[in-house]
Ligand binder design. Structure first.
Ligand code: AMP
Length: 467
């Protein structure tokens, strides 16, 4: 596996100056579990030494009282890792801890670097030995190899060499540093709790521990928190913003306030309203693909004045893997997650709303299930984002361009593949009309305009075959 195989959309949490730092980090990671389920870890500092506990698995599976007791000290950082193709090795779980000329150092990174391969080659030529495949480790080596004098200067030097998306937490024995890339691709916010400072990917982590949101870490900003308080430094020159629009559409939790304090649920509902304005269809009921389609469906139902209902019920207790029976059960893979409610659907003209179509495989199974099991008379698929036509190189795990159904097929071809009676996506202008300051976003997955350059060769692949 080469370094480019790693795609990470993760959750990060940091706290400085709290007597229960590790416990708070544990709770913060619990709230951020949706950002990554492959593995998690916490690194704490007691002022002299760093302590690290990390494993593969869910936060609830990894930590127990014994492990948390070992995480001594009043500051900590934590990380939830996103499940990726071929990358679920223990060695890739973060935080990454190293001993350097600076003393001990630990980092937690959300995002994807676009020049990690080149930097890694250079660092290896200079004698660096990498322990993992994660591009985040490049950042650790850059900091450790820096000849700058202070920790802050070393970090500034390192983050000016990396390109791509990074919301980054760095823990030293005596301070916590938070840095965000100059485009502000991934979210990161600062809060306070009982006089301590907290930093997290999303505000839902603050809600759980009772912390108060202060503001976002600004694009290009480095925030240094130590015994002297909090200090803001402009670490990287920031020319334009490129917040990830997909954080609003799918990734962030609906109760979070991201990118300058805008509520995710509110945006998703507005996307659904806009979708209904653009692609109303006469129907009896509008249902979400739970959970990510729920907010947009409420918006669609409100705008279209078609009754909302839960025509698909989701099983929340599946875990990461399940054993498929040998005997063929129709639609098994999707049925274990979602079950149609016949009493809501039978004989009805149904609008089913989801946030996005990636490969199209889930939507196809859902449509079949709504018709065959739910006995729906008509199925109209509505998607609360534009066609996903290009992969993300900034941290969201998407397949290659040719595996994205909308990159190689027209909407009518996709409708036929899904066997839906109609299919509509939200228009690009519609998405723009809903987002605050729409010029401040990255829409590369919808329009192929990548705001941050990268050197990357997509593996040659056959066009997605629609069976
Ligand atoms: P697909 O069957 O590949 O078209 O998957 C579509 C479903 O995947 C939708 O219900 C989306 O909510 C969900 N989805 C979109 N982006 C992602 C992602 N990056 N990771 C996991 N699921 C996603």
């Amino acid at each position: 596996m080469n370094i480019y195989d790693m795609k990470e959309e993760c959750g990060i949490f940091g706290i400085y100056g709290h007597p229960e730092a590790a416990n708070m980090a544990y709770l913060g990671l619990y709230a951020l579990q949706h950002r990554g389920q492959e593995g998690a870890g916490i690194c704490s500092s007691d002022g002299r030494n760093l302590h690290l506990e990390k494993s593969l698995g869910y936060v609830s599976e990894i930590f127990n009282e014994k492990r948390l007791r070992r995480l001594l000290g009043e500051s900590a950082i934590g990380h939830n890792r996103y499940s990726t193709a071929g990358g679920n090795a223990q060695k890739n779980v973060q935080p990454i801890m190293v001993n350097s000329s600076l003393g001990s150092l630990s980092i937690a990174h959300n995002g994807n670097l676009t020049n990690a391969g080149v930097l890694k080659e250079t660092l290896e030529r200079d004698g660096a030995i990498f322990q993992s495949n994660a591009d985040s480790e490049v950042i650790v080596h850059l900091i450790a190899h820096s000849t700058a004098r202070t920790a802050e200067e070393k970090v500034i030097e390192a983050v000016n060499q990396i390109h791509g998306a990074f919301s980054l937490l760095i823990l030293k024995e005596d301070e916590l540093i938070a840095v965000r890339d100059s485009f502000g691709v991934r979210p990161m916010c600062i809060g306070t709790l009982d006089g301590a400072y907290v930093v997290a990917s999303e505000t839902c982590a603050f809600d759980l521990i009772g912390a108060t949101y202060i503001r976002d870490v600004e694009p290009g900003e480095m925030v240094v928190i130590n015994k002297n308080g909090i200090n803001s430094i402009r670490a990287i020159r920031s020319a334009m913003r490129a917040h990830c629009a997909f954080e609003f559409i799918y990734f962030s939790r609906p109760d979070s306030y991201i990118f300058g304090g805008t509520n995710v649920h509110r945006i998703r509902k507005a996307l659904g309203r806009q979708l209904a304005i653009e692609s109303y269809v006469d129907a009896d009921v509008v249902i979400p693909v739970p959970d990510s389609g729920v907010a947009a469906t409420i918006g669609y139902a409100n705008q279209s004045i078609i009754p909302f209902d839960f025509g698909l019920v989701r099983n929340h207790y599946i875990g990461r893997t399940f054993i498929e029976p040998k005997q063929n059960i129709r639609h098994f893979g999707v049925k274990i997650k979602l079950n149609p409610v016949q009493s809501i659907l039978r004989g009805k003209r149904v609008v089913v709303v989801d946030d996005s179509i990636v490969r199209g495989t889930t939507s196809k199974k859902i449509v079949k299930m709504l018709r065959e099991v739910g006995k729906a008379a008509e199925i109209h698929v509505r998607i609360s984002s534009p066609c996903t036509i290009s992969p993300c190189f900034y941290g969201i795990d998407t397949p290659t361009r040719n595996e994205l159904i909308a990159s190689t097929h027209q909407v009518e071809e996709i409708r036929k593949y899904l066997t839906a009676d109609s299919l509509s996506y939200l228009s690009f202008d519609g998405l723009n009309s809903v987002l605050p300051n729409p010029d401040d976003y990255c829409y590369a997955c919808f329009n192929s305009k990548y705001p941050i350059s990268f050197i990357r060769e997509e593996p040659a692949q056959m066009e997605l075959f629609l069976a």
